[in-house]
Write a protein that binds this ligand. Structure first.
Ligand code: PXP
Length: 245
């Protein structure tokens, strides 16, 4: 059963650990199955240009073996559009990508890449994917997302998670304002990046956010309490923060 907000568990870093040894263990598809059993509504995986964690065969197996929606995070390149067209994941989330970055460090510049993104979004939609754009909580980016025909945005929560004190409150305000703007202009609103037990509740409390995508924190926590326990606890925090009024 899908609850709101949905929890998408990102399994990239299971693959990071696997690839450190160049063998088949730990298997991100096994982690994905376990995540779904523990309360995840879907699985997210980022196939990067350099294949540093998730590989093409992981996407093939996640598509074939998993009984849950797959959200493919991808750069807006022809290579990745071809992967999406081949595997037809439930969702495709377009993210900016630079080889030298440790992780996805900022949102897409939709306003500055309208031509390219405006060409890629319809191709992904034709492949049957629900397309989302990973953006900073900035109204101009949301307006540009609508202009190029994207039905969904995922708000980048990294700045909110990294900030402390009044800085964090200000970042939360930006997220709330962006989520309200998304609702006004007809965009479905997701959120993710950097979320953990301490930061998730305030984002879940934004009523128009219908999906969170969480990976790194859960995988780190899994080392101490196990993946199933970490996901169950995250799910419980989310359910508690979105209790009926
Ligand atoms: N959403 C998007 C678009 C991302 O790029 C990532 C990182 O791959 C996440 C969510 C998950 O972020 P984290 O691993 O920090 O929870």
């Amino acid at each position: 059963m899908s609850r709101y907000p949905r929890l998408g568990v990102n399994v990239d870093h299971v693959a990071t650990v696997r690839n450190a040894r160049g063998i088949d263990h730990p298997d991100p598809v096994r982690a994905a199955r376990l995540a779904v059993g523990a309360g995840a509504d879907g699985i997210t995986a980022h196939l990067r240009e350099d294949r540093r964690h998730i590989r093409d065969d992981d996407i093939a197996r996640l598509s074939e073996e998993l009984d849950a929606p797959l959200n493919l995070e991808m750069a807006a390149t022809d290579e990745m559009v071809a992967v999406a067209a081949k595997f037809r994941p439930h969702a495709a989330c377009l993210v900016p990508e630079r080889r030298e970055e440790l992780t996805t460090e900022g949102g897409l510049d939709v306003t500055g890449s309208r031509d390219r993104l405006g060409e890629v979004v319809p191709r992904l939609r034709e492949a049957g994917c629900r397309v989302s754009l990973f953006v900073d909580p900035d109204e101009r980016q949301l307006d540009a997302a609508v202009a190029i025909g994207a039905p969904v945005v995922e708000l980048h929560t990294g700045a909110y998670c990294e900030a402390t004190g009044s800085g964090r409150r200000a970042e939360l305000r930006r997220l709330k304002d962006a989520a309200a703007h998304a609702e006004r202009i007809g965009l479905e609103c997701h959120a993710g990046h950097g979320l953990g037990f301490e930061t998730v509740a305030a984002v879940v409390a934004i009523p128009t956010v219908v999906e969170l995508n969480i990976g790194h924190f859960l995988m780190g926590e899994a080392m101490f309490t196990g993946l199933e326990g970490a996901i169950r606890h995250m799910r419980a925090l989310m359910d508690g923060a979105r209790a009926p009024a």
